[in-house]
Write a new protein. Structure first.
Length: 539
């Protein structure tokens, strides 16, 4: 694994294509819209883009339910549009990662249409089919993340099929080697086209227990963390048998072997399990995936203790792979709202979040709109599109609030995203944070993001250096980065009050020439303004 691998320490900009830019004004963003905005993306100083699914899909889960892995959904354009996008991105020096949803397909996929016909067809065993219990109930207690039982009765075949997500997202049976090969063939189709990497959706869900054993109940004190609302019974079980099976780890070797036939390509696995840190280490061990995507900073816990213990535990366990941090994505509330709860929402806050996540050891996925400091959009129930949100409203309002269209122009209708009413309304609060209002404002979060990323990419110590935490203050995140004889002290005041820390040695302040509040060092004391940062050279 060479240090110069493009993905190591890279910033990967996540595009949710429905909401990025609508080039044909049908209210839904598209591939040609992304191509049009590639110069903007290049101006951000990111290394790569990851495009959420744009494949043929009935869109029940907005593209995460694929009915043809080798076709572009007409809503997003056609294959020509994708080829143009890839070519133009490469001309601009941007790597392109695509989203591969392997654990399940759409119920409209030809494989499933055939599989459900009867128990004897060629694809009869391609999905997780099971007979009902004597009393007609499903074969075991597995649940769907999106609500209800994980099993759907199919009247055609007179059996249940497994769905870890929506009932329109049947789980593939990876125990069947033909399924594995078909999945690998679909991946290879895109590698041949020249994509640079894969984001592997819900990858821990590929294999499910062959014996269909019941999941054990989880005691109330352990129902924490992974972003499930309190009325989602999914949090009441340990998902030992429907998720994170050892066979999935073996399948990662096959994905890697395929990638290795296309030098320079890399895979980022979305890791979600009962012990995500342990799984991140396992999924990247040996010749498995290059990077593991962490959910740990996508929770509500914005404390020095949480960030410190998460990164420390990962550093202790992960040997071969490379972590990939994210503080926003298309599944969780936007970071300014989520972590900024109880803080005055300021540009400074957004800037600090950018500086923080890109100063940790690892690669970073940065979600569209993060550079603008957007807040979670408030939506009426009537506007909701996400079935997950509709199911659990109002304790969990779903994922639409982070999926509203990108605001491009303050003056234009729908913030210049489209000339027609978009599939989700543009948030009125986003209009004034439009790209065009921020781009010429040297104090904006957008200009900070651009100048910061351009500087960071030249700082090998931030990209590749070791990381060691030091506990100096409960509200100030402090760590050292060390690389090739160079050592930096790095700190972030996570609180809305000024704070002081006492260093064990005085440092040479690194004058960061950015519009961001910075601490002052007086002797061995560093005084940090609210949400301020301080970087010092220890050499
Ligand atoms: O998300 C995976 C996912 O939802 C779980 O892994 C996670 O445990 C859950 O969000 C609780 O925090 C991916 C996509 O990102 C999402 O948009 C899709 O809906 C989902 O897979 C199904 O394909």
């Amino acid at each position: 694994m060479s240090e110069t691998s493009w993905w190591k320490g890279a910033v990967i900009y996540q595009i949710y294509p429905r909401s990025f830019y609508d080039s044909n004004h049908d209210g839904v963003g598209d591939l040609a819209g992304i191509t049009k905005k590639l110069p903007y993306i290049a101006s951000l100083g990111v290394d790569a883009i990851w495009i959420s699914p744009f494949f043929k899909s009935p869109m029940k889960d907005f593209g995460y339910d694929i009915s043809d892995y080798q076709a572009v959904d007409p809503l997003f354009g056609d294959m020509n549009d994708f080829d143009n996008l890839l070519e133009r991105a490469h001309q601009l020096g941007i790597k392109v990662m695509i989203d591969q949803v392997l654990s399940h397909t759409s119920d409209q996929h030809a494989w499933f249409t055939q599989s459900r016909q009867n128990k004897t067809n060629d694809k009869a065993d391609w999905y997780m089919w099971a007979d009902a219990n004597q009393d007609g109930t499903p074969p075991n207690n597995w649940l769907s993340i999106f609500g209800g039982m994980g099993w759907q009765w199919d009247s055609r075949r007179q059996q249940y099929y497994l769905h870890n997500f929506l009932s329109s997202q049947p789980d593939l049976n990876f125990h069947n080697p033909d399924v594995q090969q078909a999945v690998l063939d679909n991946i290879e189709y895109w590698l041949k086209k020249g994509v640079d990497g894969l984001r592997l959706d819900a990858i821990t869900f590929c294999f499910n227990d062959k014996e269909l054993r019941d999941n054990p109940a989880k005691p109330i004190e352990e129902r924490n963390g992974r972003g499930f609302s309190e009325d989602n019974p999914y949090a009441y079980q340990y998902h030992y048998f429907n998720n994170d099976r050892p066979e999935t780890l073996d399948f990662m070797l096959k994905i890697r072997a395929l990638l290795d036939r296309y030098p320079g390509t890399a895979a980022l696995g979305e890791i979600s399990s009962e012990d995500s840190i342990k799984s991140m280490a396992e999924y990247t061990q040996g010749n498995r995936l290059q990077m593991a995507y962490s959910f740990e900073l996508l929770t509500d816990d914005f404390s020095v203790e949480h960030i410190t213990t998460t990164v420390q535990q990962l550093e202790a366990q992960m040997k071969d792979g490379w972590p990939c941090w994210a503080i926003s994505n298309h599944d969780v509330a936007r970071v300014v709202t989520r972590w900024g709860k109880g803080h005055a929402k300021s540009k400074q806050l957004a800037k600090m979040f950018t500086a923080l996540v890109t100063s940790l050891r690892g690669s970073v996925c940065s979600y569209q709109g993060e550079e603008l400091g957007l807040e979670e959009a408030e939506l009426e129930f009537e506007n909701l599109q996400d079935p997950f949100g509709i199911e659990f409203w109002p304790t969990f309002k779903g994922r639409d609030g982070c999926r509203t269209p990108m605001p491009w122009h303050i003056e234009k209708e729908h913030a210049g995203f489209s000339q027609n009413a978009p599939w989700l309304p543009v948030s009125p609060a986003h209009q004034s944070l439009s790209v065009d209002t921020q781009i010429d404002d040297p104090t904006s979060s957008l200009v900070f993001y651009q100048t910061w990323l351009k500087w960071r990419t030249t700082q090998d110590i931030l990209k590749y250096g070791d990381i060691k935490f030091v506990d100096l203050h409960s509200d100030v995140l402090c760590f050292y980065r060390e690389y090739k004889g160079k050592k930096w002290f790095v700190s972030f005041n996570l609180s809305a009050q000024a704070q002081s820390i006492v260093l064990s040695e005085s440092t040479q302040p690194i004058n960061l020439k950015f519009d961001i509040l910075q601490g002052q060092q007086v002797g061995q004391i560093v005084n940090l303004p609210a949400h301020g940062i301080y970087f010092g050279n220890c050499a």
